[in-house]
Design a protein around this ligand. Sequence first.
Ligand code: ARG
Length: 569
Amino acid sequence: MDFKLSIASEIAGAIQIAFGDESMSAEEIASYLSVPPDTALGDYAFPCFRLAKALKKAPPMIADTLRDALEAPYLAKVESVKGYLNFYIDRSTYAREVITSALDAGERYGASDIGQGKTILFDYSSINIAKRFHIGHLSTTMLGNALYKMYTFLGYDCVGINHLGDWGTQFGKMICAYKKWGDKDTVERGGVNEMIKLYVHFDKEAADDPALADEGRAWFKRIEDGDPEAMEIFNWFKQVTLKYAEGIYEMLGVTFDSYAGEAFYNDKMGRVLDELNEKHLLIESDGAQVVDLEAYSMPPCLIVKKDGATLYATRDLAAALYRKDTYDFHKCLYVVAYQQDLHFKQVFKVLDLMGYEWYKDMEHVSYGMVSFEGQALSTRKGHVVYLEDLLNTSIEKARAIIDEKSPNLENKDEIARQVGVGAVVFFDLFNNRIKDIDFWWDRALSFEGETGPYVQYSHARCCSVLRKAEGEHAEPNYAALSDPQAQDVVRMIEQFPDIILSAVERSEPSMVTRYSANLAQAYNRFYFENHILDNDLGVRAARLLLTEVTRNTLKTALGLIGIAAPERM
Ligand code: ARG
C-alpha cells in the first residue's frame, strides 16, 4: 500500500466533502506531502496554505476542518497544527504494509521499469595503456560501476564503456624502445611495469640523442598510418595492459560492454573536422585549428595541432557523435575526475555550437582526489599507491581480523577477499563524490562505525538470526513492531526505493552507501533492544520478518554499490 497516495486521496475526498472543491488532484496533493524530520510530528505532513487561495480561507481553519472530515482505518490520528495536517499511521499497519510489500518484491524491492526502452552510456574507468592503476582510478571505476548497476535496477539499458587511453606519441617511443632493448618474454612476464621501464629508458637516452626522438616519432607515424608491424606491437601492448587490468576488474567485480577507446576514433575524426568546417566553427590560431569559446568565458577548444595531430578533445567529439549514432542514448555519463571539468565543458559547448541539442543529455560526473593517510599522491615524488597493492593489503588485513574473530569460519579466503575489497570500495563511495578523500586503513577496515565491514557484518548477523529460525511459520503479530527501534527500521525500509531514485537523479551512489550504514545501525539498535527469538510466536515471527527484509535490503544496497554480502563472517 502506498500510504502517501492513499492519504492524498483521503485529503482530496475531505476537501470535496467539506468545501465542495475539486481543484487539486490526489497526485498533486501527494507531491506536497512531506515526511517530517522528527517522527514525533507524524509520518506525513500536509501544508494547508497550498489550499488557502483556492478555498479563500485561512490555513489553520482549513486544517481544522479537514482533520474533522478525515477518517481512514490505517490512520491512528490526524492533528492540525498551525496550518499543517500531521498524519500518524497506525504503527502495526505501517509495519505490516511496508514489510509485506518489501517481501513480495523480493530481490526486486526498490527496482522499477521507469527506464524501459532508454539507453544510458557510462564512460568510466577509461584507463591508459601501459600505465598501472593507482588508488585514484578506484573512484571512476566504482562510481561508474555503481551507477551502471543502479540504472540497470531501474530498468534502463546500460552500456559500460572503457574509453581506453590508447593514443599518443608515447606509444611510438615505447615501440622504438622495445625494438632496441626489449624482448617479448620479459614484457609478457613483467607486463605494464616492463613497458614503463622501456619508456623511461627511451626518455633517458633521447635526452642526449635527438635522432632517437625522431625515431620514436617515426614509429608513432607508423601507428597512425596503420603499418602492420607497428600495429602488431601496439596491439600486443594493449593486450598486455588489458590482461593486467582484467585482474583488477575481477577483484572488484567490474565488467564493461565496450573497450572502444581513443584509437578507435582515429578513422572517425574526418567527420568532426568536416562538420566543424561546414559550420564555420574552426578558426586558425598560431597554426593550430581551434573552436573559439571566448563568448562562453572558456579558453579555445584545440582541435588540430600545428603539426596536424588531433587532440584528446577531438577524439571525444568523434566519440560523442559515434555514440549518439550507434546507441541513440538517453543519457551519456562521463565519470572522470574534476581536473577535467573544463575539458568536458568545452566538449559539450562545441557540440552545442554544432547544433546538437542532445549535448544536454551528456553529463560529466566529476569526483575528487584520493590521498592516502594524509599524503597526496604524486608520481613525480614517487609517492604512489597502486590499486592492486592497496586491495591485496586490505584483503590480508581482513584475513587477519577474520582469523581472530571467527577462527572456525569456512571459506576464509573468499570472505577475506569480499571484506577486504568491500572495505576499500565502501570507503571510496561513502562521501559525496566531489569531496576529496583521505584513505586510512583503520577507518576503512573497522568493524564499527560507518564502514563496509560493519554493514557486511550486520547483514551476516541478520542471516545468522534467520538461520536459527529456519522453517518456522507463525502468524506475525505486527503490533510487536511498535517500539521506536523497530519503527525506525520499518521507516528506513520504506525509504529505500526513493533513495535509489535520488541517488540516480544526482549521480550520487554515496546516498546508497550511507543508507546502508544507517539501515545497519537502525537494525542493530533494534536487535540490541529486543529479543528477536522471543518465546511468543507471533512477536517472534514479526521480528523475524523485519530481520528478513533488512537482510534483503542490505544485500541489495551493497550489491548496487558493488560490494558482496557474505552470509557468514
Ligand atoms: N584516459 C583518461 C584519463 O586517464 C580518461 C578518459 C575519460 N573519458 C573520456 N571520454 N575522455 O585521464
